[in-house]
Design a protein around this ligand. Structure first.
Ligand SMILES: NC(=O)c1ccc[n+]([C@@H]2O[C@H](COP(=O)([O-])OP(=O)(O)OC[C@H]3O[C@@H](n4cnc5c(N)ncnc54)[C@H](OP(=O)(O)O)[C@@H]3O)[C@@H](O)[C@H]2O)c1
Length: 299
């Protein structure tokens, strides 16, 4: 599988595997190890985490699986995130869900991630959500220290609008390497609000979370999806493939080199996402989906 170069130090696979739902999959440790190994076999060598996934449990489940098959850890790359504090039994002092992008919390969160994942570094650390209380000087101080110590190789953001990205970038001596945002045929706003354009301007690839709208695409009455389903269904028939594969192909086709994050724990569905990159939609086919997604033809 193609690698996307985020920087001189870090490249990621063209498709990333997301483990937000890992705790829901109810896998035991050796099943998780097998899932990771199978992703590597398919060419997916990059895994997307966050400190909070699975009520702060997913990094630990993943780290336990890596401990079972030690050779795996050296072959993969880890993205993780921090900045959200959940209401959780694990942190009884937190009485309101909030954001924390303080120097102390960023360092604390990275130490936990590394311990849980049983690794000595993260390949990429993202600030999970734009924080209205963010002090960019503190974030820059934490990032710089983590970079100098080698505990984190590169940094990015998630769900940041262009001004929020620019603000943080202006405090850093090194470039942010990605913005992880929601992109799918059911969520097209970042094509129009400047976020994807900004990634192209900065020569960085956006990462697309929930590329199938978190599974909502498949729900009977998914809002605004009736026309889309007809169009995607027609293209799926034309290419003799499944609708989810067409939705991935639509993301892969875009010149921003969008990196989809597949969110299924089922190998057959992960393989569909891998193989979708073989389908090369034409410009007009891309616009068929666009037109159905926005609900009208282009002006
Ligand atoms: N940065 C952020 O703020 C943020 C937010 C959300 C997610 N993320 C990242 O993005 C990753 C992917 O997000 P996601 O899990 O929402 O991705 P997704 O691929 O859009 O949705 C996955 C869901 O769709 C279901 N699904 C997939 N194919 C299906 C099919 N053919 N028919 C019916 N259901 C199907 C899956 O069920 P099965 O499990 O049964 O296959 C799963 O429940 C996450 O793991 C996380 O790493 C980041």
């Amino acid at each position: 599988m193609e690698q996307i170069k985020l920087s001189e130090k870090v490249s990621v696979s063209r498709l990333v595997h997301g483990v937000w739902r890992l705790a829901d999959w109810q896998l035991n440790t050796s099943e998780t190890t097998k899932l990771i190994a199978a992703c590597l076999e398919m060419g997916i060598d990059t895994f997307d985490h966050a400190d909070i996934y699975g009520d702060y449990s997913c990094e630990r489940l993943f780290g336990d699986a890596l401990a079972e098959e030690k050779s795996l850890s050296q072959r993969l790359k880890i993205i993780s995130k921090c900045g959200i504090k959940l209401l959780s039994d694990k942190y009884p002092d937190t009485y309101i869900k909030h954001y924390d992008t303080s120097y102390q919390h960023i360092l604390f969160s990275v130490e936990n991630s590394l311990r849980h994942l049983r690794r000595d570094h993260l390949d990429v650390l993202l600030i999970h959500r734009p924080d209205p209380y963010m002090n960019p000087e503190e974030v820059a101080e934490a990032f710089t220290e983590l970079r100098q110590s080698g505990k984190v190789l590169e940094f990015g953001v998630s769900n940041f609008l262009t001004d929020q990205f620019d603000l943080l970038q202006s405090y850093l001596d090194f470039p942010l390497v990605t913005n992880q945002i929601e992109i799918s045929a059911l969520h097209v706003e970042h094509f129009q609000n400047g976020v994807i354009n900004q990634c192209m301007k900065e020569r960085i690839s956006p990462m697309a979370w929930s590329p199938l709208a978190g599974g909502k695409y498949f729900e009977e009455k998914a809002k605004g999806s009736a026309k889309l389903k007809v169009t995607v269904g027609r293209l799926a028939a034309k290419y003799q493939t499944s609708e989810d594969q067409i939705l991935y192909a639509w993301l892969y086709a875009h010149p921003a080199k969008i990196i989809p994050i597949v969110g299924s724990g089922k190998l057959s569905r992960i393989q569909v996402a891998v193989d979708a990159n073989q389908i090369k939609l034409s410009r007009q086919e891309w616009f068929e989906i666009w037109t159905a997604a926005v609900g009208h033809e282009v002006p």
